[in-house]
Write a protein of this length. Structure first.
Ligand code: ZN
Length: 348
């Protein structure tokens, strides 16, 4: 497998469009593989449902990102992943009855405005009873009016959320604070590399990760709002005002408890480029194991990004045919990425 890493100079990275991202030395790291961690005692794989079928707008190509998320989970050797594709919200749900109890965790690559009451009740019962839940990126845009889901996610954005969804949560002076000032929920700037800062180094998902690491270009979600109940923020990223940001340290990785259920919420992972980041992959793989089993047995790969160096998987990026043409890679397709970013489209 090809592994790439680039040294990125943070000043340049945060205040410039992707075309101007400074690339210093580039080096190919040894091809090590993040596989076969085994299950330990008892054997057997952890059954995970990967839920997809809808995502608002054309900005999230779930048909393309689902196979990436599935591959990332399965190559740990820990999970058996079943993709469950829901009808779209304007379709008939009467035949959609996945047996949630078959799964230790549900991974949501899914963003819909609403669900029928029966489906909501089953989902609530599942998580409340101890089922794991993993929320990836725009899945936290889903279900703005479903109180229990927003409690599971802790925070969310867009879909007309305002202060009614809850306060705005961010980090200030090393602590999580909530700001009740009225306003919309959800924002991001152009997709650039950014640093992710560990806030709970002793949490099983974070143990062994560097205190700061550079994420591959992605949307840096900010101004998310929600109940924030039973929520622990594991990592944050600074949302720079120079890139339409909030000027605050925004939650990037969170864990929550809902009843007996554990929730892992990552706001990262917009597209194949973001999903190819070894930092995204590692936290996603570990977070899913934690949500499903309450433990993490996976080691941190030697190729994990550093504070100044991104590290990403070429084979993952190439699962997006557009990235093969360089059309949507923020580093390799600089010019096109920059024009997309400046178009000001309401992507999330
Ligand atoms: Zn997005």
């Amino acid at each position: 497998m090809k592994m790439k890493s680039f040294a990125l100079f943070l000043g340049g990275a945060l205040c410039a469009l992707p075309a101007a991202v400074a690339m210093g030395q580039s080096a190919s790291l040894p091809a090590s593989h993040v596989t076969s961690h085994g299950m330990g005692h008892g054997g057997g794989l952890i059954n995970v449902m990967l839920l997809d079928g809808q995502s608002a707008g054309a900005f999230h190509n779930w048909k393309l990102t689902t196979p990436i998320l599935k591959k990332e989970l399965e190559e740990t050797g820990l999970f058996s992943v079943t993709v469950v594709t829901a009808p779209t919200s304007d379709q008939d749900f009467s035949d959609f009855e996945p047996n949630l109890d078959n799964y230790r965790a549900i991974v949501m690559n899914y963003d819909a405005p609403d669900w029928p009451a029966a489906m909501r009740e089953r989902f609530e019962k599942y998580v409340n009873g101890g089922g794991g839940l993993v929320i990836v990126h725009a899945a936290d845009n889903a279900f703005p009016n479903w109180a229990a889901f927003n409690e599971m996610a802790g925070v969310g954005g867009w879909r007309n959320r305002t202060e009614g969804a809850g306060p705005y949560w961010y980090f200030k002076d090393g602590k999580l604070v909530s700001d009740p000032t009225p306003g919309p929920a959800g924002q991001h700037g152009a997709r650039l590399p950014f640093q992710v800062k560990t806030r709970q180094p002793e949490h099983p998902i974070m143990r062994g990760l560097p205190p700061v690491w550079m994420h591959y270009p992605d949307e840096l979600y900010g101004k998310l709002r929600g109940p924030g109940k039973n929520m622990t923020v594991l990592a944050t990223a600074y949302s720079d005002e120079k890139n339409k940001g909030s000027g605050h340290d925004e939650p990037m990785l969170m864990v929550l408890h809902y009843g007996k259920g554990r929730v892992f919420h990552t706001v990262m992972g917009h597209d194949a480029a973001a999903l190819s980041c070894v930092g995204f992959m590692t936290t996603f793989q570990r977070g899913t194991e934690w949500a499903a089993t309450n433990r993490v047995t996976q080691k941190v790969p030697a190729t994990f990004p550093t504070a100044t160096t991104v590290s990403y998987r070429v084979d993952i990026q190439e699962m997006d045919p557009d990235m093969l043409k360089g059309a949507s890679d923020p580093i390799r397709g600089e010019a096109k990425a920059a024009s997309t970013a400046s178009a000001g489209a309401p992507q999330h």
